[in-house]
Unconditional design. Structure first.
Length: 228
């Protein structure tokens, strides 16, 4: 960590503030959150900060800031054992989605007792998203599970193919005009979203620029991320 801090400090020494900050910043973020939310916004950051190179880290296992695997992390848990600094920037909401083709063939359920006869795409690994999987299983208990998937990307693809209804993060499902939200007033708060960094690095200009940008994106998209 000391070497990483020294390197970033050296790269930032030429121009330490504002749009002229420079350096490489490793941002750890979930693959789905990166693809469907942050990356579509990153062109603005790249244009404004030509001397900052952002490395998007989407490994499925938790990365360690103290081991130098990331400089900034966006994740659904707080600082934990690493004693990172930061704050909660958003809440993530989830709902049920179906393709418009499926909806044209099957009147969508409005209440829990109307799920009977519907087809559902479930979780192959419920522990990977225990809260959402538990909520989904409870709501859809009268339906038939036709397929289970281990990733949200595959659940999305199956829903868009008209196979059945599936739970999705709202910031994912709402991106696709060929999907409709089932009983849109019924939402689950999946998790809070925390933006964190090592206390020795958070004030480095390049890191601060990334943190400020992600924080502002979270503020602007607060309702979208929550599913409002």
């Amino acid at each position: 960590m000391a070497v990483a801090v020294a390197a970033l400090n050296a790269e930032s020494a030429v121009s330490a503030t504002g749009l002229n900050a420079r350096g490489i910043v490793k941002l750890s973020i979930g693959a789905t959150l990166a693809a469907h939310w942050l990356l579509p916004r990153m062109a603005e950051f790249v244009s404004a900060h030509r001397n900052i190179q952002v490395e998007i880290i989407t490994h499925p296992f938790p990365v360690s800031v103290r081991r130098g695997e990331a400089d900034v992390v966006l994740r659904p848990v707080d600082s934990g054992e690493e004693n990172l600094v930061g704050r909660k920037v958003a809440r993530l909401g989830a709902g049920f989605y179906a393709s418009r083709n499926y909806a044209s063939r099957h009147p969508l359920p409005e209440t829990r007792d109307q799920w009977k006869g519907h087809s559902v795409i479930g979780f192959a690994d419920p522990l990977s998203n225990a809260r959402l999987a538990s909520w989904s299983a409870f709501i859809t208990r009268q339906s038939s599970v036709l397929m289970r998937c281990s990733s949200q990307g595959d659940m999305l693809a199956a829903a868009r193919a008209g196979i059945g209804i599936t739970p999705l993060s709202c910031f994912v499902g709402d991106c696709y005009p060929d999907l409709v939200r089932v009983a849109p007033h019924k939402l689950s708060t999946v998790s809070d979203l925390w933006l964190l960094a090592h206390p020795d690095m958070v004030d480095l200009p390049a890191v601060r620029a990334v943190v400020s940008f992600v924080t502002e994106c979270s503020r602007l998209d607060r309702d979208r991320l929550r599913g409002a």
